[in-house]
Design a protein around this ligand. Structure first.
Ligand code: NDP
Ligand code: MG
Length: 382
C-alpha cells in the first residue's frame, strides 16, 4: 500500500490523482490532503477519502466535517501535511501552483517521502537545492509533467553519455496560429481556451506565452542532469508525442499517448511500472503527426528562460516570480497579454539581483519581494 499526501488536491492534477486513488483503493490510501478555495469540492473530497490530516487554503475556509482529522491551514498547514509521517512508503503528490509548492517539497523530502512532482516551479526556482536534498535524504523524485514522464521512459535502460539531445514537444498553446501582431488585444477567455489540454488557469496562460516550455527546459536540465545545449524544443500541435530523446547513433525514442494527464500521473505513482491503465488508449490510425520549429522570436518567453538559465543562481527565481506576478495580473484583468512578456523581460535584464546568493532562504524572500513589487506597481495587494 502506498500512502498518499496530495497538496493542491482540488485542482486539475490533484483531482486526476484522486481519480486514480479512487479506482485503486487496494493500492493507494490517501493520508493527507490540502484543498483549495472551492469549498464544495473540498468537502466532497475530504468526506470521500477521509484523510488523517487536512490543510485548508485559509483559516476562514475551515468547515465542519463528519469526523475529526487534524486540521491545518495556509502555508504552515502545507508544511504540516508535508511533514506528517506515520507509515511506510509515503508519497507526496505536489499539485500546487507556483512557488507555493517549493517548501512542501523541501519538507516532504526531509520527511523521506517519495515526491511525485507536478509543481514544476519547485525545480525551476531551486533545482540544484532540491537535487542536493534528494541525495542527502536518499529520496526519489518522479516527474508528473507529461514531457518529462516521456523522457524518463525513453531514457530507461540507456546511458546518459549516449544522449545527443532531449527534444521537448510543445502544443503551441492557445495562440499557436496567431502571428505576434495578432496577439495585440487577445482576451483572457481566448488565452484560457487551450486546444489540447484541460488544465488549471496559470499553466494554460504559461502555455500560451510559451513560458511553460521554458520552465520545462529548466525542469529537464535538473531532472536529467544534462546541459542546456542538449535540450531542444519542437512544436507538435497534436500533443500525441509527449517528448523524444535522440541518441548519438541517430536513434530517436519517443513516447506517445493521448493528451490525458491520468497516464503520466499513474506512471509517477507506480514508477517504474506500467501495470494498469486509467485512461483511454491511443488510436494509431490517422494520427497525422506534425513537427515544426518553435521560434524564440515568436515566443520570446522561451528565450527568457534560456537567458535566466545562462545567468543561473537566483535568476531562476527572478524568472519564475516575474512570470507568477505577470500571469496573476493578466488573470485579474490588470494587464494585457503582451505585457506579461514585457514584465518578465525587464526583470531578467535587471542586474540588481546579480550578487544575491543562491540559497533556499533567498529564493523564497527574493521571489516574494519581486511578486509584491510587480503587483504593487498595478495597485494589487498579494
Ligand atoms: P490548478 O490551478 O488546477 O490547481 C491548483 C490547486 O492548488 C488549486 O486547488 C489551488 O487552490 C491550490 N493552490 C494554489 N496555490 C495555493 C496555495 N498558495 N496554497 C494552497 N493551495 C493552493 O493547477 P493545475 O493542477 O493545473 O497545476 C498544478 C501544477 O502542475 C502546476 O505547477 C502546473 O504547472 C503543473 N502541471 C499541470 C498540468 C495540468 O494538466 N494541469 C500538466 C503538467 C504540469 P484554489 O482553487 O484556491 O486556487
Ligand atoms: Mg508539460
Amino acid at each position: 500500500m502506498r500512502h498518499l499526501y496530495i497538496v493542491g488536491a482540488c485542482g486539475s492534477i490533484g483531482c486526476q490523482t484522486l481519480d486514480i486513488a479512487r479506482s485503486n483503493k487496494d493500492e493507494f490510501k490517501v493520508i493527507g490532503l490540502s484543498v483549495g478555495s472551492n469549498l464544495e469540492l473540498a468537502r466532497k473530497l475530504i468526506e470521500e477519502f477521509k484523510p488523517e490530516i487536512v490543510c485548508f487554503r485559509k483559516k476562514e475556509h475551515i468547515i465542519s466535517l463528519s469526523y475529526n482529522p487534524i486540521i491545518t491551514y495556509g502555508d504552515e498547514g502545507l508544511i504540516e501535511v508535508a511533514k506528517y509521517s506515520k507509515y511506510d512508503d509515503e508519497v507526496l503528490v505536489n499539485a500546487l501552483v507556483g512557488i507555493s509548492g517549493l517548501m512542501p517539497t523541501v519538507e516532504a523530502i526531509k520527511a523521506k517521502k517519495t515526491i511525485c512532482l507536478a509543481n514544476k516551479e519547485t525545480l525551476v526556482v531551486a533545482g540544484d537545492i532540491i537535487k542536493d536534498l534528494l541525495i542527502e535524504n536518499d529520496v526519489k523524485l518522479v516527474p508528473i509533467d507529461s514531457e518529462h514522464s516521456a523522457i524518463l521512459q525513453c531514457l530507461a535502460g540507456e546511458s546518459k553519455a549516449d544522449v545527443k539531445r532531449l527534444i521537448i514537444t510543445a502544443s503551441g498553446g492557445s495562440f499557436r496560429n496567431k502571428s505576434r501582431s495578432e496577439l495585440v488585444g487577445v482576451t483572457k477567455k481566448e488565452a484560457l481556451a487551450h486546444p489540447n489540454w484541460s488544465m488549471g488557469s496559470k499553466i494554460t496562460i504559461d502555455s500560451a506565452t510559451m513560458m511553460n516550455k521554458g520552465f520545462e527546459v529548466i525542469e529537464a536540465h535538473f531532472l536529467f542532469d544534462l546541459p542546456y545545449d542538449k535540450i531542444d524544443t519542437i512544436l507538435h500541435p497534436q500533443s500525441i508525442v509527449h517528448s523524444l530523446v535522440e541518441f548519438n547513433d541517430g536513434t530517436i525514442k519517443a513516447e506517445l499517448g493521448c493528451a490525458d494527464m491520468h497516464t503520466p500521473i499513474q506512471y509517477a505513482l507506480r514508477y517504474p511500472s506500467h501495470a494498469y491503465s486509467q485512461g483511454e488508449s491511443l488510436n494509431l490510425f490517422n494520427l497525422n503527426l506534425e513537427f515544426k520549429e518553435l521560434s524564440k522570436d515568436r515566443f520570446p518567453c522561451l528565450d527568457y528562460a534560456y537567458k535566466a538559465a545562462a545567468k543561473g543562481g537566483i535568476y531562476y527565481a527572478v524568472l519564475n516570480a516575474s512570470n507568477e506576478a505577470a500571469v496573476h495580473l493578466f488573470l485579474n484583468d490588470h494587464i494585457d497579454f503582451l505585457t506579461i512578456e514585457k514584465i518578465i523581460c525587464d526583470e531578467i535584464n535587471n542586474n540588481d539581483y546579480e550578487n544575491i546568493e543562491y540559497n533556499l532562504e533567498n529564493v523564497v524572500s527574493i521571489s516574494k519581494m519581486i511578486i509584491n513589487k510587480i503587483l504593487l506597481r498595478y495597485g494589487v495587494e498579494e
